[in-house]
Write a protein that binds this ligand. Sequence first.
Ligand SMILES: *[C@@H]1O[C@H](CO)[C@@H](O)[C@H](O)[C@H]1NC(C)=O
Ligand SMILES: *[C@@H]1O[C@H](CO)[C@@H](O)[C@H](O)[C@H]1NC(C)=O
Ligand SMILES: *[C@@H]1O[C@H](CO)[C@@H](O)[C@H](O)[C@H]1NC(C)=O
Length: 639
Amino acid sequence: MRFLVWILLHAAAELPSNCDAPDFTVMLVRSRAYYRSGFFELSDSERVARILESRELIKEICPAALLQAILLKLEENLVYQTDAFQSLMAQYTLYLHEAIRNEKITPDEMKTWPLDEGVQRVMNISEALAQKRSLSSAMVMNYCQMIDRFGTSHELDWILEPPFGESRGDGGDGGDDTGDTGLLTDTDFYIYQVDWPWCAPLKDEVLAKVRRAVRKLHVISYSAGPRREEQTAYFKYIADHWENLPDFTIFVHPDADEHQGSQFLALRRALKLIKTQSKFAQEALGYYPLAQQMVIEPMRVWGKDFAPIWQRFWHRVFGHPWTDMGLGPPRCKWQKHVGYYLLGHAGHTGRTRTSLPAAKATCAQLDEECLGVTCLSPLEPAELDELGEVPLFRDRWGRHSCTARRGAEGLQESPEREVAEVSYIKSCRSAHNADASVAASATAGSTYRAVNNSFLFGYAAGDEVVRGELEARRRCDELGEDCAGFTCESFIPLTKSTTKQGYADAQKAQSCTVRAGSELIQSPSSEFTFVKIPPSADLQKSVSRVTSKTNASRVFQFYTGSQSIVRKDRLQWWPLEEIENFAADGVWCSSTTGLFEAVWHRMFGEPLSQHARESDPALPLYLKWEIPTFFSYGDEEVI
Ligand SMILES: *[C@@H]1O[C@H](CO)[C@@H](O)[C@H](O)[C@H]1NC(C)=O
Ligand SMILES: *[C@@H]1O[C@H](CO)[C@@H](O)[C@H](O)[C@H]1NC(C)=O
Ligand SMILES: *[C@@H]1O[C@H](CO)[C@@H](O)[C@H](O)[C@H]1NC(C)=O
């Protein structure tokens, strides 16, 4: 609003053209930043839209900003609008000529604004889009039952509706804004239907409808982990298709909309990009996260109850201790207070607004000088006038709106506003005992393969204690090389009425002992053995492969849920043997689903500290445009 008022005032006063309005200065800084680093967030697409909406006005005031906005928008339009290049470049040329003719753009501005670079990029993209490739894709998910643990029913409604299924044909204009339909018609769909007695298969009428929305439907019945099944499905799919993987694999959950959002903003764009069947799509989509939520320093890595589990998992999957990564628990915790602010800027940072993580890092360094961080404060008049030190416009998601505060007077109640201020009060451990909170776990949580009618000879480390299945597994992990596996008395019988809980109870009631001997011996009884499977000899080769980009930050962060699009070559980063080991151990996968989702990106070629889509230097603008990320923080107890 403020921006338009400013323009109207200046236009009315017939001031000479200039690009000094804050929105233009921000536009210049942000365009340069985008071309340099690839960072382009929600507020940037909103700014471009605002400028384009007022183009007739802005071409008189700061045509450079309009030209830059056209170039940025063109990077996005090119992918889905066939005549975008001709029509927008024609507009660009028209406005440029007009600006030169009317002396509204100076030679200096022509140099200051990165217009040449923008044109060059657009031409490159246009060229890469014109080079055709034949690109295949498949979508993969597990399916167990109609009702999830929250009592919600999932009959894959989301696939049957736009943008994937056909529109209901009511001719109305309700709901879907972009009118996309049938986005999965070129994609094969693999449903891994879990065959535990407590899982109900999808009804035939649902399958019939799904079949119409996709290229080819494959329903595969398989035995998975007894609790959570998604990773076993993913691993089974990768192992079974290793020799003939499609170009892109899309990993989703049965309730995909929970993490992706009901609009499927990311998946929708990625599918349209794949439909261009171009070199551009092939190169742009290496690993693309589909979820909306990113967690930063999640508690599952360092929380007292979680760290030992995480460390055992990490050790097994990557073959070296987590502590090697040099990532400790966050030194400071932050208590969130909505509707409050803190007085006074801390340190030498002044009014410069930054992201929440950056403001927290500044505040943490300032010790007593800084009580906390305040975000979403309205812009002060001085900020609007300041040039050079550019205020970043406050962003709906609270990023780039935060400053470290002295706060000596404590929390102050904010005046009531449309967008509430938020403050975070800091409490830090002193630096020298920061690492002492969690002792490193030395053991790896091994994977095992079940073998019927067999036993291993001799007790491991002389331990004759009879344990339940999961207890015996834990003990065998703990004994490391001294334990070759564990033998249990008999298979847990399954009937149609076996429940999940009933099965878990039976696992507890099993009589198992840890074993030493390395040779499996055939058993005349129904004894069976879980044999410990060591990591593949090829594992370290995969672990030490250099990732395609640098870490996003100095802390561990990732998108929740494993839902992602992964290119064929990336899926083959991890050794096939390991994928098969994982797929064979349903019990292990069940208990590590939430841990696998934290390393999914790392296994398939992304740096450990995952980039948010908007700051990922490898992703094209089209895959960032108007897709927000919600950030949550382990120091606020997010797991
Ligand atoms: C455009 O492509 C050329 C040739 O591949 C490359 O040298 C140049 O750096 C690219 N320019 C931009 C801005 O991407
Ligand atoms: C082992 O035997 C049980 C009971 O006969 C059977 O249900 C199960 O599928 C067998 N498992 C394997 C891995 O062969
Ligand atoms: C990312 O950070 C981890 C942990 O500090 C480090 O081991 C790894 O080498 C880094 N990767 C890249 C690509 O910089």
